[in-house]
Design a protein. Structure first.
Length: 95
């Protein structure tokens, strides 16, 4: 399954709600995740658990509530979801 990139690496999202998973050792595309209903504005690997990616974004229109999702890349499913209210434009993690 995908390996966590260097500490500065991340998985870009797009305007259609997708986050892209890459295998950074082989530089091969693995899969895109349908992460959010609208824009997927950011994605970042968990700094300590290489099997986790967090994504952020908002709904189908700019006024829709935003969400933050923690993904399990081994199973390519949402492990946890948070709705802080309003659009979520950026995400970061630290250890």
């Amino acid at each position: 399954m995908p390996q966590r990139p260097s500490q500065t690496g991340y998985n870009p999202g797009d305007g259609e709600g997708r986050a892209f998973v890459w295998d950074f050792k082989t530089t091969k595309y693995v899969k895109n995740l349908r992460a959010h209903e609208g824009v997927c504005s950011g994605a970042v690997w968990h700094p300590l658990d290489a099997s986790k990616i967090a994504t952020c974004g908002w709904g189908a229109n700019k006024d829709a509530a935003g969400t933050i999702k923690l993904w399990d890349t081994n199973e390519l499913r949402v492990a946890a979801e948070f709705a802080p209210g309003g659009a979520v434009h950026r995400i970061a993690m630290s250890h």
